[in-house]
Design a protein around this ligand. Structure first.
Ligand code: KIV
Ligand code: NA
Length: 265
């Protein structure tokens, strides 16, 4: 199979072909997701929530992200694998940002890094790109800043923040980012930003006019039962499927139905 590259993604935008992106954090699911024809696999710091059980994305470490990323890379033969720089490994320090990115690329074999923010991380982006490492941006609701926002509500509804977001998007493109995630912003703003750029925008809660879409795999598979924002479409109900299978197994073991004559040596 032909690998997806950052160049392929820009060609897809130019052709008007939408880009499909999902998260993965482990070998088994990453392999299934890659086989399903996904274009980008994000080793998101959402692993902090869905894998490690933290309330926010802030506690996950660079070592943990590299662990997840190496497992994902071993399973993937087609998708572009992008890894989130976790909180505290790039903000306000471009040297640290480069060192963190080099560790991710070297130790996991991933293809690109992603970081949150616009102008405030420009120096870090410049320095990472100068080392030949592709960078994806992330604007709008940036979860590593949750304590600054104070809420997970839609961002950039007010003019000032919307104007700032458009400037940041332009800046990310000028710096040389190959694309950016737009999270939880009004659809009309995401449309305007997407039309103003030649690099692709990947939306989550940002409407139908983005150049691609991303969801957290555990959310779209219905493993996370208690998370139902408007932007989430569930493509499976794995919580019920897995719980049902476990209940069935428990019942069979207790009833001495499993294992049967054929299921032993
Ligand atoms: O960490 C993550 O899963 C993300 C996506 C929601 C874009 O950043
Ligand atoms: Na993230």
């Amino acid at each position: 199979v032909k690998r997806i590259t950052t160049h392929v993604l820009q060609a897809m935008k130019a052709k008007g072909e939408k880009i499909a992106m999902l998260t993965a954090y482990d070998f088994s699911l990453a392999g299934i997701i890659d086989a399903g024809g996904i274009d980008i696999i994000l080793v998101g710091d959402s692993a902090s929530n869905v894998i490690h059980g933290h309330e926010t994305t802030l506690p996950i470490t660079l070592d943990q992200m590299i662990d997840h990323a190496s497992a994902v890379v071993r399973a993937v033969s087609r998708a572009l694998v992008v890894v989130d720089l976790p909180f505290g490994t790039y903000q306000g320090n471009s040297k640290l940002a480069l060192e963190s990115s080099i560790r991710i690329m070297k130790e996991s074999g991933a293809h690109a890094v992603k970081m949150e923010g616009g102008a405030q991380v420009a120096d870090s982006i410049r320095r990472i790109l100068s080392a030949g490492i592709p960078v994806m941006g992330h604007l709008g609701l940036i979860p590593q800043s949750i304590y600054k926002f104070g809420t997970y509500a839609v961002r950039a509804k007010e003019d000032a923040e919307a104007i700032q977001l458009q400037e940041d998007a332009k800046l990310l493109q000028e710096l040389g980012c190959f694309g950016m995630v737009l999270e939880k912003i009004p659809a009309h703003l995401a449309k305007k930003v997407s039309e103003s750029l030649f690099i692709p925008t990947i939306g989550i809660g940002a409407g139908q006019h983005c150049d691609g879409q991303v969801l957290v795999t555990h959310d779209m598979l219905g493993i996370n039962k208690d998370f139902s924002p408007r932007f989430l479409r569930r493509y499976a109900d794995l919580y019920e499927t897995i719980k049902g299978a476990v209940e069935h197994y428990v019942k069979d073991v207790k009833a001495q139905d499993f294992p049967n004559d054929q299921e032993q040596y």
